[in-house]
Design a protein around this ligand. Structure first.
Ligand code: FE
Length: 361
């Protein structure tokens, strides 16, 4: 739908260009003026196909198929580089006005917020994006829009945990989980965002107590990634953990009988729901090709691209008109925290300090 709209907009823009060219030519029959006009039209047409440069911290296999499909549909070539988000943000800052980059794509609202804070993104005005991406998954000032959603939720051993024992993230700090909890390192932005959202809800004092209680329940030092957390649970090191849904999906794909399951915390009437986060995109501050940069981001939010996203990394489409894949839908529906994700960024520095104070390594 969105893609069709974009295509129609493109078409009418071309038609307008041709019309204005015609009227100019009839008004001034001078041949050289007509030629100059032709050259201008050609230059503008060429401009509308001008290649886009993307800086992205996403894995190449998660972006390349999209870029290829976009090029096939629009004729607009995409050049891209992949690197860590920190390296790309520094690079954008260092390059300033000379940057070749038009679009920045990364994971986690914390990173998108940081890019905004560092002044490397510009606000986007787009009815198409406003229509397809829910309010809580976009920057209130529109420097970035979420494109895919991942839930950071509780995972548990189906052999040693009855899901009825579980309720909320906070409750993982209760005595009954002593020596039974595994967590990923606090250095990872995913956990910084999770804790930032707790601060947004409860304030620092209560959040620090929650985090201290988690630390007191740890069965082992924090792990370097979510997959290791789940491997520790299946190995019997611990019984519960907190992970992003797509990592669980990957393990489940390798072994459908894996004795793990996801639990959606905070689903009671008063509960605030599951912490969700996004991967998302913005237009660079100094893009010299804003028009095509916007076309790409609008296309990535379109139903066609959202369907592709859903299939590729077992994430949830940010566009609510698009269904997740069957495997993802099988994890069940849940209420998601509707607090605007920009809080995950704003409170990230506070979250980092708080986790340090609470002894969460
Ligand atoms: Fe990840």
């Amino acid at each position: 739908m969105t893609m069709m709209k974009t295509w129609l907009t493109g078409l009418s823009a071309t038609a307008l260009l041709v019309l204005s060219a015609c009227s100019d030519e009839s008004a001034q029959s001078n041949e050289s003026t007509a030629q100059a006009q032709d050259a201008k039209v050609e230059a503008q047409a060429k401009d509308s196909n001008k290649e886009i440069v993307v800086y992205t911290s996403r894995k190449e296999h998660l972006v390349k198929p999209f870029f290829e499909q976009f090029t096939a549909e629009t004729g607009i070539e995409i050049n891209y580089i992949t690197d860590s988000e920190a390296a790309l943000i520094s690079r954008l800052k260092a390059e300033g006005e000379r940057t070749p980059a038009d679009v920045f794509i990364t994971v986690d609202a914390g990173n998108l917020w940081l890019a905004t804070q560092e002044g490397v993104l510009q606000p986007i005005e787009s009815d198409a994006l406003e229509a397809s991406i829910p309010e809580s998954l976009q920057d209130p000032e529109n420097h970035w829009f979420g494109l895919t959603v991942r839930a950071r939720t509780i995972v548990y051993s189906t052999e040693r945990v009855n899901p009825e024992e579980l309720t909320t993230y906070e409750a993982l700090g209760d005595k009954q989980w002593k020596g039974r909890l595994c967590l990923r390192t606090s250095k990872k932005v995913y956990n910084q965002s999770l804790v930032a959202m707790l601060i947004a809800r409860y304030g620092e004092e209560k959040t620090q107590q929650i985090v201290e209680n988690w630390v007191a329940n740890l069965a082992s030092d924090p792990f370097s990634n979510d997959t290791k957390v789940m491997n520790a649970i299946t190995a019997g090191v611990c019984d519960v953990g907190i992970v992003n849904t797509y990592y669980f999906g990957r393990l489940q794909k390798e072994n459908s009988a894996i004795p793990l399951a996801l639990y959606w915390p905070g689903q009671s009437a008063e509960g605030y729901g599951v912490h969700v986060n996004v991967s998302g995109a913005g237009i660079t501050k100094h893009s010299d090709n804003k028009e095509n940069a916007l076309r790409l981001i609008e296309w990535l939010a379109s139903e066609e691209a959202q369907q592709m996203f859903a299939g590729l990394n077992m994430e949830y489409p940010a566009n609510e008109n698009v269904e997740p894949t069957e495997e993802v839908a099988a994890w069940g529906q849940f209420k998601a925290d509707s607090t605007n994700l920009s809080k995950a960024g704003e409170l990230q520095p506070a979250a980092v300090k708080l986790m340090d104070r609470a002894g969460y390594k």
